[in-house]
Design a protein around this ligand. Structure first.
Ligand code: FAD
Length: 293
């Protein structure tokens, strides 16, 4: 089974996301961690892509590497913010040759240096979805932001744009969040509008307070004060911080599966131990989750 939306129709899924390492040591570590995580029978693996096309070759390389090694679907992320249509079409041709069937279509973050000019045929992720739809080979995933996209001044218009994008996609994956209510409210909003596209919650196990605060500021995510206090208290002990990350992620995942999430997508941050322990703990919940159809 290589099409993610078909897999989602059959039952609850588990998936892992990785970013492309920059050096040989990172590559070796990622190889080992993926090998470890394959023990938990993921339904697909996803590989990030640099917003300015910076990691283009690395993403293609990892998709090829993992596709030859494992039979599980490998989904590249694809950002459009700095690409022309012709560049995107060339990338799609490469992915067809490699046998890719699923793509996560994103806009990408604008460069923090606003003086940098962006040359692009695309403004929003939905423009990329329209282009990729012309290639019937691909199942299309999109990103959603349950707490609102940080650039949006107006929640209502953001929700309208996000829901139109989700309606045009085959499945969606959320930005990370730490309170299940955000997911419940977001999916309820879609449901009320007749949108039945599966929305996979993205779970990011937090072991490091500084990076958690940096990433959540960028993504506009509220971190519960309880989690901040727990991580502060465990500051000097990696083992304690990992335990917190595992416990909070398992608790959140179980809640989400309980309210009908169609699966769990783990932002691994290229680690093996913590995502592995979470997968092991939620395995019974993944298999006993209520039918999401
Ligand atoms: P869009 O859907 O285009 O939304 C961006 C903004 O535009 C929002 O504020 C939205 O409300 C607004 N908008 C949308 N449509 C319209 C419209 N028609 N008119 C007016 N406003 C509109 N980044 C990377 O660089 N590489 C990755 O690999 C990557 N992977 C990711 C994976 C996941 C699961 C997630 C959640 C995010 C990922 N990101 C990645 C980050 C993502 O690129 C950023 O969050 C980016 O800022 C927005 O991308 P988007 O696809 O949600 O954009």
């Amino acid at each position: 089974m290589t099409i993610i939306s078909e897999r989602l129709n059959q039952g609850t899924t588990l998936s892992f996301e990785f970013f492309t390492p920059k050096d040989a040591a990172g590559q070796d570590r990622l190889d080992q961690n993926i090998e470890h995580l394959m023990n938990f029978s993921p339904d697909f693996l996803s590989i990030t892509y640099g917003a300015a096309g910076t990691s283009r070759a690395r993403t293609i390389g990892w998709v090829e590497r993992l596709s030859t090694r494992y039979s599980v679907p490998i989904m590249p992320h694809l950002t459009c913010i700095s690409h022309t249509k012709s560049e995107i079409n060339s990338l799609l041709d490469i992915y067809k040759l490699v046998g890719v069937k699923n793509l996560l279509c994103l806009r990408g973050d604008k460069p923090s240096d606003s003086s940098l000019a962006i040359t692009s045929d695309f403004t929003y992720a939905s423009d990329l979805v329209t282009t990729v739809r012309h290639h019937s080979e691909f199942d299309i995933g999109v990103a959603v932001h349950t707490e609102g996209h940080p650039e949006s001044a107006n929640t209502e218009t953001d929700l309208l744009h996000q829901s139109a994008k989700v309606a045009a996609a085959d499945f969606a994956i959320t930005q990370f969040f730490y309170e299940s209510e955000h997911y419940e409210k977001f999916t309820e909003y879609l449901y009320k509008r007749g949108i039945r596209t599966p929305v996979l919650p993205g779970i990011m196990p937090a072991t490091n307070l500084d990076s958690l605060q940096r990433m959540s500021n960028l993504a506009g995510i509220k971190v519960p004060p309880k989690l901040i206090k727990q991580l502060q208290k465990a500051d000097s002990s990696l083992k304690d911080r990992q335990k917190i990350a595992i416990e909070t992620s398992v608790e959140l995942s179980e809640k989400l599966l309980d309210v009908g999430a169609p699966g769990i997508h783990i932002y691994t941050l290229n680690s093996g131990i913590v995502p592995g322990k979470i997968s092991q703990a939620i395995e019974p919940a993944i298999h006993s989750a209520p039918d999401h159809n």
